[in-house]
Design a binder for this molecule. Sequence first.
Ligand code: P6P
Length: 291
Amino acid sequence: MTVSDPVVESVVATIGRSATEIRQGLIGRRGAVEESENPTGDTQLEADVWADDLLGDRLASLEGVGQYASEERAEVVDCGGDPEADDGVYAVAVDPLDGSSNLESNNAMGTIFGVYDAALPARGERLVAAGYVLYGPITTLVIATEETVAEYELTGGERRLVERDLELPEDPVVYGFGGRVPDWPADFESYAREIERELKLRYGGAMIGDVNQVLTYGGIFGYPGLESRPEGKLRLQFEGNPIGYVVERAGGRSSNGDRSLLTVDPTEIHQRTPVHVGNGDLIERLEDALA
Ligand code: P6P
């Protein structure tokens, strides 16, 4: 099953074909750290930069991609089109290796992408497609569009459809919250204490692995605003918007603690935001707790 828009299909196909190569390319890169930091101050692994170079070169050269932006690059790359003015021209925002710190411990990681029909930075409402590759025991690709949320298994550059209409299970089972308890605001901690009595803890340190568990079993993933950093850790353009779009298209909700992530007005390309995604009633309770 392909995505109906040819430009979006070419973006998704390029990411899907590159995933096998990225997975292979991780071998031998564990522990290789760059001198540099990424634009939000995270330590950059050699694997982060290598995956970004690989995806950036391929995506920026696609017909219909007017802008490329990545968590690993300070500036938006002009690819020769204006997503704001030109029909059929999009901006692609990528987190090339989400959870790359898990490379050391050989745990799940991912590639996140969002395709916006607007110049970056853009509201999540301007997404026309979003999704992620999960480097787990199996390499899978989840793609959300206005039509549906589909899941594929990737092998040798090909994608095999395994779920045509992925929907968030109604009864929540798992939860995972980032940050350290002493750094949680009191109202969030009180909410988390309720949830931990109701659901099973599943937190792996890579958003994609944790969100994929929520989409599989139902529940909530969150990385809240912290006492030390009220804006939280995760990036709106590269993590919050794409994952919020996927979960909302799958029948769940997203929130920055107050409202849908997709309605947050961006001020700059690397801005951080609290991120919460999952079953609607869990998100509603969260927003009530933080009100
Ligand atoms: P912590 C990975 O670095 C990441 O950006 C997300 O994938 C993940 O959810 C979060 O940070 C983990 O952060 O503070 O638990 O290491």
